[in-house]
Ligand binder design. Structure first.
Ligand SMILES: CC(C)(COP(=O)(O)OP(=O)(O)OC[C@H]1O[C@@H](n2cnc3c(N)ncnc32)[C@H](O)[C@@H]1OP(=O)(O)O)[C@@H](O)C(=O)NCCC(=O)NCCS
Length: 182
C-alpha cells in the first residue's frame, strides 16, 4: 500500500474511486466525469495537496483538497473523502492525513475545513480522529423561492456585475465553501 498526492493521477481513476466510495452513500451520489471536473473546479481542487491510497497501483481511497487564500490566510477545504467499502475501518482517512499534514505545514497551510452531513457518523468519527473539531452546524434548505408580496415601487433586475464587498455587507454568516464567492 502506498500513500501519495494525486499529482499526475488521471481524472478517470479519481472518478472510479469516487463513485465506488459513494456507491453505498445514504444519498444517491454518482458523478459523470464532466460533473467531477466541474466539482473540482468549483471546489478549487489542487491535486498537489490532495491524497490517494494505492494498492497494487489501484486507487482505493482519496481526499480531494481545494486550496484558497482568504483574507491573507492559506486554507484547505476537504471537498470529498472516500474509501472503497471493502477497505473501510482501517483508519485510511487518518493515514492520508498523517501523510498530507506535514506537506501542508511546509506550504504554510494551517487551517483545514470541511462540511459533512450530521448523520454521516462514520465520516465524522473518522474526521475527529484526524483532528477536526466541530465549529458550527448549518441548516440546509432546498426549494423554489416564490415571491408572493410584490412591492410595485421596487424594480427587480438581473445583476450585470457583482460588487462583492457591497454584497458581503448583507451577509449574516460566512457561507459554506461550496457556496463561497468562488
Ligand atoms: C468516511 C470514510 C471515508 C471513512 O473511512 P475510513 O477511513 O475507513 O474510516 P475509519 O477507519 O476512520 O473508521 C471510522 C468509522 O467507520 C466505521 N467503520 C468501521 N469499519 C467499517 C466498515 N468495514 N464499513 C463501514 N464502516 C466502518 C466505524 O464506526 C469507525 O469508527 P471506529 O473505528 O471508532 O469504530 C468512509 O466511510 C467512506 O468512504 N464513506 C462513504 C463516503 C463518505 O461518506 N465520505 C465523506 C463525505 S463528507
Amino acid at each position: 500500500m502506498e500513500i501519495h498526492t494525486l499529482i499526475g493521477v488521471d481524472t478517470k481513476d479519481i472518478l472510479k474511486v469516487f463513485n465506488e466510495s459513494f456507491s453505498d452513500y445514504f444519498i444517491p451520489f454518482q458523478l459523470t466525469e464532466e460533473q467531477l471536473d466541474s466539482k473540482m473546479l468549483a471546489d478549487k481542487v489542487n491535486l498537489g495537496v490532495s491524497v490517494g491510497v494505492f494498492e497494487d497501483e489501484r486507487l482505493i481511497a482519496f481526499i480531494l483538497h481545494g486550496f484558497d487564500e482568504i483574507n491573507g490566510e492559506k486554507i484547505v477545504y476537504n471537498g470529498g473523502t472516500g474509501v472503497i467499502p471493502e477497505k473501510r475501518g482501517f483508519g485510511l482517512t487518518k493515514q492520508m492525513y498523517n501523510f498530507i499534514l506535514p506537506v501542508l505545514k511546509e506550504k504554510g497551510i494551517n487551517k483545514l475545513f470541511l462540511e459533512v452531513i450530521t448523520k454521516n457518523i462514520q465520516a465524522i468519527t473518522s474526521y475527529k480522529k484526524s483532528g477536526y473539531k466541530i465549529e458550527r452546524e448549518l441548516y440546509c434548505y432546498k426549494g423554489e423561492i416564490v415571491i408572493s408580496n410584490v412591492n410595485n415601487n421596487l424594480e427587480i433586475r438581473e445583476l450585470q456585475e457583482y460588487d462583492w464587498s457591497l454584497m458581503q455587507s448583507f451577509w449574516d454568516i460566512t457561507p459554506t465553501w461550496q457556496m463561497s464567492i468562488n
